[in-house]
Every structure is written in C-alpha cells, then in structure tokens.
Write a protein of this length. Sequence first.
Length: 445
Amino acid sequence: MSQNHEINVRELLDGREISLYQKLVVFLCFLIVVMDGFDVVIMGFVGPSLKEAWNLNNSQLGTAISAATWGLAFGALTAGPLGDRFGRRKVLIVSVFAFGLFTLLVAFASSLTQIFIFRFIAGFAMGGIMPMVATLAKEYSPERRSALLVTIVFSGFTVGAAGGGFLAAWMIPKWGWESVFVFGGVVPILLSVFMIAKLPESIGFLVHKGGDRAQIRKIVEACAPGSTTEHSTFTIPAATTVQSGENSVKTILNPHYRFGTVLLWIIYFSHLFLVYLLGGWMPTMIKESGMSIQQASIITAMFQLGGPLGSILLGWFMDKFEQHRVLMISYISGAIVLTVMSGLGPQYLLLCLAAFYIGAAFNGGGTGMNALSSNFFPLTARATGNSWMHGIGRFGAVIASYAGGWMLDAGWNFSTVANFLTIPAVIIACSLTLKYFIYRGKTTA
C-alpha cells in the first residue's frame, strides 16, 4: 500500500462483509429503539393505575397520555438539523439521557401538570432518537444490506412496546405505577453512559466535516482491519444534488429533493395515522362489536406481533427488489386484508390471522420507510430528512388519538372504521408510486 493511499470509506464499507464492530453499532441502535418503544407506550400501560390512584377523569388522563406525542413531533423537527451540524452520536446520546432522566422524574411527580411537563420533555428528547438511529445504522451498513439492517434495528420498537406490557403487568401490582417509570428512566440513563464509551460517530460524517484523521482511521480499522496505514487519507463521495454551503433544511427542500420530501411527509403522516388509530382503538372497537375484552386484546396483540416479522421480511425484500414497489405491495395487500377483516364478524381465529398480517404489512411498512428515506437523502442532510419525516408524521399520530373517539361517538363500528382506513393505505401506495416515477433513474443520496 502506498504511503499516500486515499480511501473512499463508502466504497470500503460497501465492498466488504459487515464486521463485528459494525454489528455492535447496529446492536446498540437496536437497544436504543427497544427502550424508545418501551417509553413511548408506557403511559398506556400505567394509565388505568394512575387514573385510579389520582382519581382522574378520562379527559385528564388523555392529556397526560398525549404529552409525549406532542413532544415527539417537535423533537423530531429539531433534532435532524442538529444531527447534521454537530453529529449523529452527540445528539443521540443527549436524547437518550434526557428522555431517561425526564421519564424517571415522572415517578416522583406530585401533580398532573408535572407529569405533563416531564412527559412532554421526554417525548421531545425521544423525537430525535428514531431518525438519528436510522441515519447512523444506514451509514454503518453496506449498501446491499442497508434496508435489512435498518429494519432489524426498528423492529426493536415493537419488542420494547410489547415487553413494556409484560413488565408493567408484573411491576405495578408489586411496586406501584411509579416503578415502571423508574425502570423506563434508569435503563436509558445507563445506556447513554455505555453509548459514550462504545458508540462511534458516523465515519461519513467525520470525513465530510474534516474530522481528526487519527480518529477516522481508528474507526475505519475497526470496521475493516488492515485496510489503512498511518499515512492513509479518507474521502466520501459528495452528492451532486447538493449546492455548496447549503444547509440541511435547504437541501431537503431544494428543487431536486422537495417533491420526494413532501411525498415522504404525506406517506409517513398517513402511516402513523393508520397504525396509531388501529393499534390504539382496535381493542375498544372489537369489544364493542360483540367480542370479549380478552379476545379483543389478543387480536390487537397479534396486530403488534406482526410488526417485527414484517419489518425484517420487508427489509430483506427491499435489498433484493425495487424498494418503492415492495412497500407499495405491502400497503395494498394490507388494505385488502383489512377490508376482508372488516367482514369476518365474530370468527376469532380468522380475525387473529388477519390482524397479524395487517400488522406485518403496515407496521413493517413503516419500518421500511426509515430505510427508504435514509437511502433517499444525501449524507449532509440525512438526519434532517429522516427527522422531519418523523416530525410531520407524528401529527398523524396525534390526530389519530382523537379520531378514534370521534368515530365511536359518531356510531361507527369496527367494520366501518376498517374500511375507512383503507384510504390512507391507498394514499401511501399512490405516493410511493409517484415518488418512484419522479426519481426513477435520478441520483439522490
């Protein structure tokens, strides 16, 4: 190797099998998402006990539950530009520590106002986690396996959400509702300390920002042992679609990216509206259609359990076939099964199977969207692109939390709601198709 050997770090990672070090980065990202999933749903599990202990009405409890959702939306919009300016690692560590700290503080709250404030700040911190994790996982993955690895990371969200239910069921009777917030706060704080020691910055980000060459070499050697010398220099390909001196927000809204950016916002808004309304209101709607609460709970659990399998399968397919088509087929097939499910009546086993498939198609599709957006935006604006997609999308989740109540008050049954929810699924499929045709053959990231 010559002393002035120049290494393109993107080509180096793409040309090798994934190393143990890269797997460690992906695994850390997975753990972060697990705790994020646990914390996002924590109020839902604690709600009944908190309502009883503090003698709250439904409106007061709803206010407490919605606080983190509002924080998530605004946090995501803020974190992306910070990540593209200061680094993915720094923003991610601060976000994990902050959401752990303010989740822990809820356990010691003495009023509903304090809970709302603490949950809003925790949600604000959480808003930066998902898009930053997607960005970092993408930048440490070989191109040919990036969709699979990103979707594996995001399957941790459902693992955390489901695990939270079991933990809450065990902890609350023994130690009270406060114990769930102690667990949900202490673990992320400890994880953030471990991240300081073990989580690296994105190599591409360091090279792009002209970071310390010795630091870059150390990370490159960890990913590809023996590939460098002390005289090696490092480069990263620059996107031709980004103007010199352009900040990350201007990049995602420049003439090249703006149509794709807006379409991603529409897709993710529709996706979160769809899955939050289904996941949040399905137990109530199925129970009111004549089934027992136990049956309604299990059918809804099947919807959630389909997510991890759907995420991993869709990630694998997205690395093998055209990504927009894979996701479009997933949402269309999910809409078809949802229509079938709306007419199944009290057929419990078939309802469970249909719910599992819908969960795989829709929850897995949302995970796949993180891989799609990470592949669309350039390195210099990837964190902003991902986080703004999440931020805009979160307002779909906020609306869904109210829409289910409106529909029930209007007398809609589960069949009517299920048929209505095929509309956002079709909007997603059409938007994916439009994005594919607009950018077919064009360079993006």
